[in-house]
Design a protein around this ligand. Structure first.
Ligand code: KG4
Ligand code: ZN
Length: 335
């Protein structure tokens, strides 16, 4: 079964053709990052307009690269939630138009579910059940993936997402948007023990996260140093911050897996590109002889192929939509 899949939830306009949820036939990602960089973050209005301009070309290229025409496809999968509403609406309406014109089934896909599904493209043998750490710019969840379309949230952030915390800390250190990747690179040359940063826990909820206090601690450190005319090492501060975020994520994730009896762990979302997080999870799982999976770097961030992967399993579960399909800015992963 070949699906055309479309993603426009944030600042990437993306489309792909994916076969049976596992094989990428083509994948095209058009990033707007250079434009949003000027403003230090995504400007929703600009994102919507760029999606509008780019979507036709991106979809046409995905089809051309796959050497397929619309009548050779079996369905159209599209990210419909959660995300920036104006951005999502572009992809949703484009997919609805294609579905209406071709009669192909329309398959709505949850953005975070598709991040998890990026792993199905990279790891042929990976099947639920497993426990997943979903860490992106907007969300930080520990999720039980019971089967492909039955998920249960075990823990989540009470305030900032991990990616958001990385981006804000990086911005305060003068790095360009999105700062997570730059902070990660600086951290590779720093001493993670240079600065003592808080490792916040949520009382009574051992699997939940809280990153806003940690973010504020770094921002205060920088501002205090500036006032005193001191120069802090960006490498050391990045390494200390990255260690603190990683410690919190890994500690809760391993605890949840132990308590719930999972020995197969998966990571997903943009922050799963973080080099320390990848190494640490690997070490922790190897220590316990657990299976562990994370996406290759090119599938960590937003892309269309992951939408086609999850879309396949949503289709098999009968989750299709009609012309009433709308986009939603918020939607829980366990609907
Ligand atoms: O999943 P994603 O592409 O978009 C959302 O669905 O939000 O995640 C983007 C986030 C950004 O906050 C970005 O800074 C972060 O992922 N990110 C990283 C790294 N690469 C991307 N954070 C830490 N280390 C990285 N190497
Ligand atoms: Zn994403």
């Amino acid at each position: 079964m070949k699906l055309l899949s479309i993603e426009s939830s944030c600042d990437e306009t993306a489309a792909a053709v994916v076969e049976d949820g596992r094989k990428i036939i083509s994948s095209v990602v058009s990033s707007q990052v250079e434009e949003h960089k000027k403003y230090g973050g995504v400007v929703p209005e600009i994102a919507s307009r760029r999606h509008c301009e780019n979507i036709n070309g991106v979809v046409e290229k995905a089809l051309a690269d796959a050497n397929l025409s619309l009548n050779e496809l079996d369905g159209i999968a599209v990210t419909h939630a959660p995300g920036l509403i104006g951005a999502l609406l572009v992809g949703v309406n484009f997919a609805k138009g294609l579905s209406f014109a071709t009669g192909l089934p329309l398959i709505p896909v949850h953005h975070l579910r598709s991040h998890i599904a990026a792993n199905y493209l990279a790891h042929e043998k990976l099947k639920p059940p497993f426990l997943c750490l979903v860490v992106s710019g907007g969300h930080s969840h520990i999720v039980e993936v019971i089967d492909y379309t039955t998920l249960r949230i075990v823990g989540k952030t009470r305030d900032d997402a991990a990616g958001e915390a990385f981006d804000k800390a990086a911005r305060t250190m003068g790095m360009p948007y999105p700062g997570g990747i730059h902070l990660d690179k600086k951290a590779e040359n720093g001493n993670p023990l240079s600065f003592k940063l808080p490792h916040p826990h949520v009382d009574g909820s051992p699997y939940d996260f809280s990153f806003s206090g940690l973010k504020t601690a770094v921002i205060n450190l920088i501002h205090n140093a500036e006032q005193k005319g001191e120069i802090l090492s960006v490498e050391d501060l990045s390494a200390s911050f990255r260690k603190a975020v990683t410690d919190c994520l890994i500690e809760n994730f391993i605890k949840a897996a132990t308590d719930l009896g999972y020995n197969k762990l998966v990571m997903a979302g943009g922050v799963s590109a973080n080099s320390l997080l990848r190494r640490r999870l690997q070490e922790e799982c190897e220590k316990r002889s657990w299976e562990y999976y994370y996406p290759p770097l090119n599938l960590c961030g937003d892309n269309g192929a992951m939408v086609g992967a999850q879309g396949y399993y949503e289709f098999l579960a009968g989750h299709t939509a009609g012309m009433e399909l709308n986009a939603r800015a918020t939607m829980s992963i366990d609907y």
